[in-house]
Write a protein that binds this ligand. Structure first.
Ligand code: GLP
Length: 233
């Protein structure tokens, strides 16, 4: 594990874009693992301005809400289309947990199978929730968890409501890659900026427990954390 401390989200997003491009260039044909949320927006914007062009045929999303309309503007798939695929000219296959060929009773097993066949991912982007969730692996998620449908924690629903219009009834369930699924990637690039994430980061790094999903990944040799938290204290 490597921790890079930066001054703020802006510097961190620039560093993350530089590392993402470098890590993906190690094996340009290897699929990429993409995350969503406010933290990733600065990174994707910098990849766009830097003219990054993905050369892989497949990208995999970490997670997706259950029950949103197919073309909902609030889905993670739409967010990736808007912030990554369209601006970067990606025209390959976008694999979304729980959606399309991965819906239905065997969908999660199929997602895991395709990921195993096309992978490993050269780099998997990760954020962290204020309650410590990784993707939608909420506190209590086992380290050996795989792609599955989960019930979202109230803290997650409260935090994510900002990405929806006032009064929108948020989905309470999602399909997420599991922690063991995520750990299959060659490198994990985790971004955590702002005081609301510092405690979750510190807990995940200091206490091995299912209460802190990050702790399942701290022994991953390719884990790189970029944060404005001062973890020295
Ligand atoms: C979302 C996503 C996570 C993301 C986290 C933080 O619910 N499932 O993948 O890392 O919450 O999001 P944000 O960057 O908007 O704080």
């Amino acid at each position: 594990m490597r921790i890079e401390q930066v001054a703020d989200a802006s510097e961190g997003s620039s560093r993350a874009a530089e590392l993402f491009a470098l890590l993906s260039s190690a094996d340009p044909g290897a699929p990429l693992g993409l995350a969503t949320g406010a933290t990733m927006q600065g990174l994707y914007a910098r990849l766009t301005t830097q003219g990054f062009r993905p050369r892989c045929s497949d990208i995999f999303l970490l997670d997706e809400y259950v029950g949103l309309a197919e073309q909902s503007p609030y889905s993670f798939a739409e967010e990736i289309r808007k912030r990554f695929s369209d601006p970067l000219g990606f025209q390959g296959h976008t694999h979304v947990p729980g959606q399309g060929p991965y819906a239905g009773p065997d969908g999660n097993a199929r997602f895991e199978q395709i990921l195993a066949e096309r992978g490993p991912l050269s780099v998997q982007l990760l954020g962290i929730g204020t309650n410590g969730h990784i993707a939608f692996n909420e506190p209590g998620s086992p380290a050996d968890s795989r792609t599955r449908e989960v019930v979202l924690a109230q803290e997650t629903l409260t935090a994510n409501a900002r990405h929806f219009p006032e009064g929108f009834v948020l989905p309470t369930r999602a399909t997420t890659q599991g922690l063991a699924t995520i750990a299959q990637a060659s490198t994990l690039l985790l971004l955590a900026f702002g005081p609301s994430k510092h405690e979750a980061l510190r807990s995940g790094l200091s206490t091995v427990s299912t209460d802190h999903p990050l702790s399942a990944l701290v022994d991953h040799p390719g884990l790189i954390i970029i944060t404005d938290a001062d973890l020295g204290n």
